[in-house]
Design a protein around this ligand. Structure first.
Ligand code: E4P
Length: 220
C-alpha cells in the first residue's frame, strides 16, 4: 500500500520525506488555501520535495473549464495527477483528460456507483472519503471494500485511494481491505510509529547496555 501525505504544508512534507516512506501527496483547494501561496509555484515546490504522484485539484465547476485547468495543472510537472470532483462535469473532464494521457484522481467519492462511473471514465485513481462517511454514521471502510470488490469483478485498473483518514486504525483497516493507496494528514503518519512497548523496550536496552559498559564514576 502506498502512503500519501494529505497536506500542502511544505514543512510537513519535508519531515515526511525525510522518513523515506512517503510515496505521494494529495492536496485539495482547502489545503492549498491554508498555505496562501500561488498554486502553480506551490505544486512545483511539492514536486521537488516528494517524488511520486502529486494530486492537484481543479476549482472550475464546468467541464470545458475543468479541462483547460486540468491541462494547465498537468504541465506543471510530470508527476502531477489532476483531481476532478465526482460530478457530471467532473466525469466529462475526466474522460477527456484521461484520453489525452493525463492521469486523473476522481475525488469526493461517496458511493460504489460513483466509483464505478469514475473507473468507466478512465480515472487513474478514485478517492472515497472514509472519515467524512464515518461522520454521517455510516462505515466509510465498507465503501472502500465494496469499490475494491467491484473493480476486481470487472478488472478495472483504477487505483483505490482511501482518503479522509483520521486515525492509525483507519490506515490499518485500509491496508487490510487491500486499498492501493492511503492518504493521511502528517499527524496520522507520525502516530503510525508509536507503540509504548517499543519505547519501554528501548529504554530497557539502553539501561542494560549502560550498566554493563559505562565506566564506573571516578572515586567510586
Ligand atoms: C483527499 O484527497 C482529500 O484531500 C482529503 O483526504 C479530505 O480529508 P478530510 O475529510 O479530512 O478533509
Amino acid at each position: 500500500m502506498k502512503f500519501f501525505l494529505d497536506t500542502a504544508n511544505l514543512d510537513e512534507l519535508r519531515r515526511g520525506a525525510a522518513w523515506g516512506i512517503v510515496d505521494g501527496v494529495t492536496t485539495n483547494p482547502s489545503l492549498i488555501a491554508k498555505e496562501a501561496k500561488p498554486l502553480e509555484e506551490h505544486i512545483r515546490e511539492i514536486c521537488g520535495i516528494i517524488y511520486g504522484d502529486i494530486s492537484a485539484e481543479v476549482v472550475s465547476t464546468n467541464a470545458p473549464e475543468m479541462i483547460v485547468e486540468g491541462r494547465r495543472l498537468a504541465k506543471i510537472h510530470q508527476n502531477v495527477v489532476v483531481k476532478c470532483p465526482l460530478t457530471r462535469d467532473g466525469i466529462v473532464a475526466t474522460k477527456t483528460l484521461s484520453s489525452e494521457g493525463i492521469r486523473v484522481n476522481v475525488t469526493l467519492c461517496f458511493s460504489a456507483n460513483q466509483a464505478l462511473i469514475a473507473a468507466k471514465a478512465g480515472a487513474y485513481i478514485v478517492s472515497p472519503f472514509v472519515g467524512r462517511i464515518d461522520d454521517t454514521g455510516w462505515n466509510g471502510m465498507d465503501l472502500v471494500r465494496d469499490i475494491l470488490q467491484i473493480y476486481r469483478n470487472y478488472g478495472f485498473n483504477t487505483q483505490v485511494l482511501a482518503a479522509s483518514l483520521r486515525s492509525p486504525t483507519h490506515v490499518s483497516q485500509a491496508a487490510l481491505a487491500g486499498t492501493h493507496i492511503a492518504t493521511m494528514p502528517f499527524k496520522v503518519l507520525d502516530l503510525l510509529f508509536n507503540h509504548p512497548l517499543t519505547d519501554k523496550g528501548l529504554a530497557q536496552f539502553q539501561n542494560d547496555w549502560n550498566k554493563a559498559f559505562q565506566p564506573a564514576p571516578a572515586g567510586g
